[in-house]
Design a protein around this ligand. Sequence first.
Ligand SMILES: NC(=O)c1ccc[n+]([C@@H]2O[C@H](COP(=O)([O-])OP(=O)(O)OC[C@H]3O[C@@H](n4cnc5c(N)ncnc54)[C@H](O)[C@@H]3O)[C@@H](O)[C@H]2O)c1
Length: 308
Amino acid sequence: MRALVTGATGFIGSCMVPALVDQGNDVVATDIVAEPRWITSRKGVEYRRVDLCHDPDVRELVFQERPDKVVHLAGLPFEECEESPSRGFQVNLMATFSLLEASVTSDVARFVMTSSLSVFGRGLAEPVLDDAERVPESVHGQTKLACEHMLDWFRRVHGFSVGAVRFPWVYGPGRTTGLSAEHSSFLLDAIARDETAIVRNADQVGDWLYVRDAVKALILLLESDEDPPVTYNIASGIHSVADAMAVAQELFPDARVEIRRVPGADYPYASSFDDTRARKRIGWNPGYSIRRGFKEHVEEVRRSLAVA
Ligand SMILES: NC(=O)c1ccc[n+]([C@@H]2O[C@H](COP(=O)([O-])OP(=O)(O)OC[C@H]3O[C@@H](n4cnc5c(N)ncnc54)[C@H](O)[C@@H]3O)[C@@H](O)[C@H]2O)c1
């Protein structure tokens, strides 16, 4: 099977590409940045540098590479969408349209992508259901909701096999962007570097999904022959930041954690999401407890620091 992965050098993409190769797929990895060294040295991966906002290049990429499946992870994170809404709409929405159109024309068998829980807005009853009211207030949420509608349209009008997942706080080594990172990944990165992890919002509660589990959910969706429904909430384990850091201190007794309550550091969205539909329809269940995920995250960052 030949798989095209966009956003391949990003946080989730750089975990997705090796996972697909390990499953025996030929992978075409694409991103807007120069080819990273880990891809050059990896068998079974070909790299194409493409700006997905340039429609002719997207067509050329898909028509030349002829993937069977597409995993679309390229996107602008929350904060960049707020800073530059027009770029947010171009990258998250129009580039997705170009990729969907090229994929349908070249007979791609299945197309999956990441939506976001930011499609929901605030004030919903929790756990938030897949089909709860979606009234996003951010540019990021609006672009992702428009993508969800676009997927529905491609399925209905073109009979295209499409799907999307909405992830909560994805943590793991290598995360550099995103609204929830400072409550999750950055704290574990600080512990791995033997720095003080400064917790700005100890009482904040979120659903902590380890990046390898995020990849697992995407692969389950990619392999699923479930067609409707298109979009699935994914959840893993709900913890406050303070409780999560207590687990980190148990695992790494030398870890230094400092609580600084900073007004306005709240994560604005719901903390718990109902993923029953993903569990029933695509066989989703998380493989990583928070202890296992934290251990692997910190050890992996330490290993890469030792090599550098
Ligand atoms: N990390 C999370 O917690 C989380 C949660 C929910 C949804 N998501 C979604 O999952 C996807 C991947 O997230 P991530 O954390 O890996 O993000 P990331 O920012 O690490 O990766 C996104 C990648 O997209 C690439 N990209 C940006 N503009 C591009 C363009 N014009 N052409 C080609 N490539 C371009 C970037 O270079 C980057 O490598 C995103 O769509 C994000 O919205 C992530």
